[in-house]
Design a protein around this ligand. Structure first.
Ligand SMILES: Cc1cc2nc3c(=O)[nH]c(=O)nc-3n(C[C@H](O)[C@H](O)[C@H](O)COP(=O)(O)O)c2cc1C
Length: 171
């Protein structure tokens, strides 16, 4: 049976959404956009997002449609907020810390980075199958095709069942 894959992401200004759509169309997988119930637009939304990121506060999530426990692999995408996960993704990740079998990670950021966010996710789930960090500049310039393709190949390799060890019977 084919692996079931869910892609889960949050996006405030569209960069993570763009990457999520590219990955999802390459994988043909189910998609869940994480939404929360607080305003994130304008200066007030930016300030709220900053505060939550720095203090590592959870947020109030809107209802989600997919149960990640039903999937073999969950791909989690987030913008980087103050070198770490965005609060909606952190809230979702904490809520589902015991539900995920295999996890892959991608992030979008103003400047290259994302290691701290990846480390935070790995602290919750253990190791990740593959990871990808893209800058706004690359995304806006439409220069992400080859990195997304490599990431998607890594997902396929990470979810492939292990080959059985050949055994020989004598006698
Ligand atoms: C509150 C806040 C904090 C941010 N902190 C960082 C940061 O620490 N490092 C970075 O490279 N970009 C940072 N950014 C920029 C975003 O990570 C980047 O623009 C991202 O692509 C936005 O994704 P989105 O368009 O899907 O919301 C921050 C943006 C916000 C709103």
């Amino acid at each position: 049976m084919a692996n079931r894959i869910l892609l889960v992401y949050f996006s405030r200004t569209g960069h993570t959404r763009k990457v999520a759509m590219d990955i999802a169309s390459a994988l043909g997988c189910d998609v869940e956009e994480i939404r929360d119930r607080v305003g994130r637009g304008g200066l007030v939304g930016y300030a709220r997002s900053s505060l939550e990121a720095i203090a590592r506060f959870d947020t109030l999530l809107a209802q989600t449609r997919h149960d990640p426990a039903d999937y073999d692999l969950v791909v989690v995408g987030t913008p980087i907020w103050f070198w770490s996960l965005s609060s909606p993704v952190r809230t979702w990740a904490r809520r589902h810390r015991d539900d995920l079998r295999k996890v892959a990670f991608f992030c979008t950021c103003g400047s290259p980075g994302g290691q701290r966010a990846l480390a935070e996710l790995e602290a919750l789930y253990g190791s990740t199958v593959a990871s990808l960090a893209l800058t706004d500049r690359e995304i806006d310039a439409g220069q992400i095709g080859s990195k997304v393709a490599t990431f998607v190949e890594g997902l396929a390799a990470g979810t492939r069942p292990r080959a059985r060890t050949a055994t020989t019977a004598r006698g």
